[in-house]
Every structure is written in structure tokens, then in C-alpha cells.
Design a protein around this ligand. Structure first.
Ligand code: 5GP
Length: 117
């Protein structure tokens, strides 16, 4: 069996995280290495989907729910303006192959997308 991803370990409370939202299928946390004053991750609890395209194909409702959680958290924390980023593939900066949305508020420097996320 594959090693659990860092996000599965957070869901299992094996490693600590600043949990902002949780339901039976989704967890949202503060990124441990924020690239903007607001930098959150919205993550499906299942590690079944490696990236957003796989999630969209396999469970579009779960993707829609992730976007809705991102919107709600951004409304609370950034006034509702934000970037929603799904890095896909190593060359695009993806380091955790368990799909997750980055929610970035204001203050992101231009040019800091991609490998820095
Ligand atoms: P990726 O590079 O795959 O798009 O994004 C993975 C994100 O997970 C990175 O922004 C990284 O800072 C974050 N991350 C990695 N390990 C941990 C952790 O243990 N806790 C939290 N809160 N975030 C993590």
C-alpha cells in the first residue's frame, strides 16, 4: 500500500495543522509555508485523486464542494478576492500528489506562482 500523504496524516491527526474547516469529505488548513498573507489549502479527505483533472473526472461534485469551501473561506478572510490554484505535475510545482486547492489572498507577488507554490 502507498504511504499516506501528508494530508491524510493531517486528517488522521498524526501531524498537527491549523484546521480552518472540516466536514466528512473535505478539510481546509493553513499552508505551513505561506506564500501570501492568506494562504490556505482545501483538500478532499480521500487521496484517490492525484490532481484536479482526475478529481473533476472522478467526482465533479467533490470538486464543486472544494470550490465552495474555498469561496466561503476567502469571503471570511480576504473579502472574497482570491486566487485558486491547483498545481498539476512536478514541473508546475506540485509536491503533494493528493489533489488540493491553494487559496491565496492579496499580497502574492507577481511571478511567484508555479514552482514556488
Ligand atoms: P503543492 O506544492 O503540491 O502544490 O502544494 C503542497 C503544499 O502543501 C505546499 O504549499 C506546502 O507548503 C504544503 N504543506 C506541505 N506539508 C505540509 C504540512 O505538513 N502542513 C501544512 N499545513 N501544509 C503543508
Amino acid at each position: 500500500m502507498a504511504e499516506p500523504t501528508v494530508f491524510e496524516r493531517i486528517v488522521a491527526r498524526e501531524i498537527p495543522a491549523d484546521i480552518l474547516y472540516e466536514d466528512d469529505r473535505i478539510i481546509a488548513i493553513t499552508d505551513i509555508a505561506p506564500k501570501a498573507p492568506v494562504h490556505l489549502l482545501v483538500v478532499p479527505k480521500t487521496a484517490e485523486y492525484e490532481n484536479v483533472a482526475a478529481l473533476a473526472a472522478g467526482d465533479p461534485q467533490l470538486l464543486a464542494d472544494i470550490v465552495a469551501v474555498a469561496q466561503d473561506l476567502a469571503t471570511e478572510r480576504t473579502g472574497g478576492d482570491y486566487r485558486l490554484i491547483f498545481n498539476t505535475g512536478e514541473d508546475a510545482g506540485q509536491t503533494v500528489f493528493h489533489v488540493h486547492a491553494h487559496v491565496l489572498g492579496t499580497g502574492l507577488q507577481e511571478g511567484s506562482l508555479g514552482s514556488e507554490l
